[in-house]
Each structure stands twice: as C-alpha cells, then as structure tokens.
Design a protein around this ligand. Sequence first.
Ligand code: MOS
Length: 732
Amino acid sequence: MQFDTPATTNPIDQLKVVGKPIHRIDGELKTTGRAMYAYEWRDPNTRYAYGYPVGSAIAKGQITAIDSAAAKKAPGVLAVVTTLDVGNLQKGKLNTAKLFGGSEIQHYHQAVAVVVAETFEQARAAAAMIKVDYAPQKGAFDLRAELATAQSPDPSTEPDSSSGDFQAAFSTAEVTLDAEYTTPDQSHAMMEPHASIAAWNGEEVTIWTSSQMIDWWRTDLATTLGVDKEKVHLMSPFIGGGFGGKLFLRADAVLAAFAAKTVGRPVKVALPRTMISNNTTHRPATIQRIRIGADRDGRITAIGHESWSGDLAGGGPETAVMQTRLLYAGENRMTAMKLATLDLPEGNAMRAPGEAPGLMALEIAVDEIAEKLGMDPIEFRIKNDTQVDPENPERPFSHRDLVGCLKLGAEKFGWDKRASAGSRREGKLMIGMGVAAAFRNNLVMPSGARVKLDKEGIVTVETDMTDIGTGSYTIVAQTTAEMMGVGIDKVAVQLGDSRFPVSAGSGGQFGANSATSGVYAACVKLREAVASKLGFNSKDVIFENEEVRSGNRAVGLAVAAGPDGLVGEDTMEWGDLTKTHQQSTFGGHFVEVGVDIATGETRIRRMLAVCAAGRILNPITARSQVIGAMTMGVGGALSEELAVDTRHGFFVNHDLAGYEVPVHADIPHQEVIFMDETDPYSSPMKAKGVGELGLCGVSAAIANAIYNATGVRVRHYPITLDKLIGELPDVA
Ligand code: MOS
C-alpha cells in the first residue's frame, strides 16, 4: 500500500482497541522470566559452548602477533579464533568501524579474538592468557584540540543551511546572545548487553541476538561472513533496551558466528559490560555555538547554530543543529556542522540523535535570551512559534501544537509560582523551575507484515518488527484486533524473525507508527481476501464481533477462514507527504529542582512532559516511553559522561559504576500528558512517535531549573557539583 494522500476515516478510527490503555501482552512472559532474551535461548538437546571476547588494548595501530598457545591449553578451551585467523572481512554497509578481522586497529576494545570453552568461566579465564603485540600509532582523541582540522560533512546529507542575511541581522539586533555549550560523549547503557548465539547447519547460520533492525543486521552479517543473505536466519524476539546501540550489526554476532563454525557447535557470546562502551557505538560529544538576535518585543530576527563533533574516518557528525532549522521563526538564519576525525570508538545514533544534544544547548540559549529580554521563557517561545518551515514558508507543518503543550504544561505545573532566579529557598535547598520545548521529527519507514486468519478465528501477525521494551507486541495486536473486528485475545503476534516480512524496525521513533501502518496494510489485504472468498463487496463489509457482515449477511471469521485459513501480506510504502509537509512531534518539559546550597547537589523534585505526537496508540506504553526518556534526560543533565582518556584514546568509565545513569531513587514524581490530537498526514494510524520526543529538551529544562534555583548558568553538561559549587551564594 502506498500512503500518499492524507488519511480519511478508516477502521482504526473506531478506537475500540487502538488508543486504549492495554497492558503489554508480553508483560507476563517478562515478569515471570519466560521471555527468552538472546543469551538465554536454549534448546534442551544442544550443548552450547561459550565464547569470551578479547578487546584491543590500543586505540590505533597494527597487531603484529597474537600468542594464544597458553589459552588453547587452558582447561575446557575448545578453540581460539583471532582477528588474524579470519583475515580481512568485508565491513557491513552500516558499520563505520570494522567489527573483526585483519590486523588494523581502529579503536580501543575493537574485538581481536574470541576464546571458546565449555563454560563461560573457562572462556573468560583463558581470554586473559591471550597475548597481543601491537605497533601503535598516534591517534587524535580530543575534540577540542581538533577543531581547526574539522571539515564540513557530506553536503548531500548534512548541508549547511542559510536563509536571509544572518550576519547582518545578528550584528544589528537590539538584544543578542552568543554562547558556547558542550555535551559529552554518552553511552546507551541499555540493561541487556549485546549478545548472540550462533548455530550453523551446513552453510546456513541461525543467530539469536539482540537487534533493533533485523534486516539491517541480516544484510550486514551476510556481507561480513561472506555468505548469501538467504543463508542467514536472525531471531530477536525480546530485546532488553537498545536506544540506538543495537541499530547496527555488532561484534558479538560476528564472533559467535566464527566461533560456532570453528568448534562445530552452537556458541554464545555476550559483550562483557566493561567492553560495551569502547567496543560498540556512543553518542558523540559536541561543542555548539548558538547566536540569537531579537528585537525589544522579543521577536527573533537572527538565529544561528553551529556544531562541532568527531568520528572515525568515514563516519558522520552528530546532527545537533537540525532542530534549529525548524523550531522557531526568524527571517535570518544559519546552521553549520563541522566534523573532526577522531580515533575514539565509533560515534553513532543514540536516542534522538541530533535533537537530544542539540536541544540540550538550544533550549538553554532560549532561556538566556528570554531573560535578557526580561520575558517569561514560555511567552518568548510562543511569540516565536511558526506553523510553517521557517526556511520554506510555503511548506507547512502537518500539525504543530507546541504552543498548546507549553500553555497546558504551565497551567498544570504551576508555572505562575516560579520565582526570580536565586530567590526561593526551603531550608538548605534553593528551589527552581525550568522549562524547555521538545521537538523531534516524525520519520516514516517502509514496513511489511503478514496476517493469517485460521479456522479457529485466531489472527496471527508475522513481521520482523522488534520490541525493544517499547510495546510493539501490544500495539501491533491492537491494530490487528481493530482492523479485523476481534478482541485482542484472538490475536497472536510474532516479531523479530528474519523469515517474516521486513518491517521498519525500532529506531528514530518511527517504529510504532510505521510498523502498525504495515500491519494496517496487511490487514486491508486480509479483509479483501475474506470478503472476496465470501463473495462480499469489500467496500461495504464490516468486521465486528468476530464476524464479517455485508448487508444482511453475516459469517463468522473462523468459518470464513475455512480449514486452510486466509492470509494477507503487504508493505506500507510512503509517498511525498513528508516532503510537502514538515512532520514533527512537539512537547513541553517542566522540571522543578532543589539544589543544596552547601554542596551543590541537585535533586529533581517534579517533572512534567506534555506531548503532541498525533494519535496515541496506547497511553500506557506511550507513557512508559516518555517517562523512560525523561529519566534519560535526567542522566544527561546531571551525571552521564563518557570520560575520554585523551592520551590513550578510550572511555575510562566503561562500566555502570563509573558511567552514572539515574536510578530509581533519583527520579521523583513524573507526569505525562498527551494532547488529544491526530495527524492524518503521518499514516492511516494518524499517529507519530514519542520514544525520542520524551528525551528532547529534558536536560535543558533541568539546566534552566538549576539556573532559576541558583542564579548560576552552566552551559557544559553534565551539571555536576564542581560546576556549581564555586558559584553558589556564601552560606554562613
Ligand atoms: Mo534510535 S537512536 O534510531 O534507536
């Protein structure tokens, strides 16, 4: 099905199942430990072997020799497979850094060997006996030191933008702000580590893994192993979080495949937690310069945003300026990115790539210019709202209710009680409130599904869509139930298997809307098959109460299916509606903090997110996405930072003791409100994404709340005690 005209009324609009607060249909499997995650997959008749990876001890250079003699003789060891043994391998299309193979080292903890043994402990012990000799080379590890060498990225994908005359307008503006902001390297820090089990059957390999994007992995794994894609079978039914860290094929799958081939048995490989931050990808650090010029009435006359980031050669920039092209009005504008070559581990997508770090900077800058103007920061944002793409005024937003989010949020949060900066105290705590706009584009991806109706009246959905903890199983079931006129208990959902039609996968907050649209398209096909078998006119049939009706005829779905059942399969493809209309999601984040006047310790007291993201398919799973994202924003504001060793080129705090994500006790009352809206331009579902929107702007709202509490403006994340303590008022 091609979606190229705005949606009109369709069966989803009945909202008997879609839009209802239905608990996760996979919840019981998860809470009882029966959901099989990648490393846990087990066939009782198989004796699995265990692979333990070895990572490079240098960041850049060549391996000259690997001595694995001692490891091979260690108890229980079945084999050692080294990067020299397998030779140069072809890299997957979507990987910047190679994952395994050959003598060249591109980054620290690049996989150099895997030790396979009868038990995990034996493999780990033997891995410590591998000796690798290196010829190290000098690398570049410090973004700030490389600013002069940074280049413009690929203009076809990350072009500079400009409209009007930014320089002239900024230099003559009545009120101006020109400030630098920085965001650090961040780690996805998902709960489940990257893990794979590989089992060969002749020339075919089956991999149970933890992947957000089944088809991307399958394609790249086939390339790297040098086998036909059809010979690779990937399974990823349950995923313990990804946040972008599992979008692209990772080393555990490659190591497991080589290890299993070598020992002739299925092999399990998980990346140890201490290897994840340097072996896999991360969100790259940014240095951002923002300039805003406004007239005395608070109208933006000039807005400029530049960002510098780094990546391995062949990689791309963190696209932190993108939202600035769309979020606020203003005639004279520019954005630009510069990319430095760094020999740190590969930088790549992490939840809301671009917008998350971009808004961490932009939404402090907006708070700052509003203060210079003597305006309330919400009033300033409302004044500079735009209903059209500011660079192309003839191109409207499909639907944009940023103003509604900010107004409703202000009312619900008690924004009118906000005091002036540094003026509210409760005992030893300085109290402040902050706000930020949330903005994230709504992407759509082709998505396929197969829907089968059987003689019991059960509808089974098959799609390679993944559920990374987001609720895909549930919203796919809801969509199917709504389309076929059955209860959710009559729907079975099968996800994450490469034998199923290729879906959008989970990424870029496109999963929910795209994947359910693919299921919608497949259900339309199944409805047609049912109607045609019964000789009904498919235009006027009604699917309701497990029956299909036309005029005064009604047939039960189970009967209609017959002994052989019926199948519908289709892929949702997208026309030009994302080009003719700017599709984005919007929100307002509100935060109240308390900062200890003596220690500078910041505690979040209250958080509210108001989101405008089209139809909400399931308020429970959507809320869960947003509160999870808000929590990630707390980490980004207050604690998360991969500390770079700029001498040796690696992330020092490569575990969850040193890389501090918020824990339960750090998170106070959180509230989420969804605006009641639909966006007919987005899909037949009229839905958009929320999983990344929930993160966008949160950290800036916290930074702004800290400023409101203390009068101290911190522009460099994370806002740790040391950045506050010297600036806090004296206490006797
Ligand atoms: Mo997302 S960063 O595309 O998982």
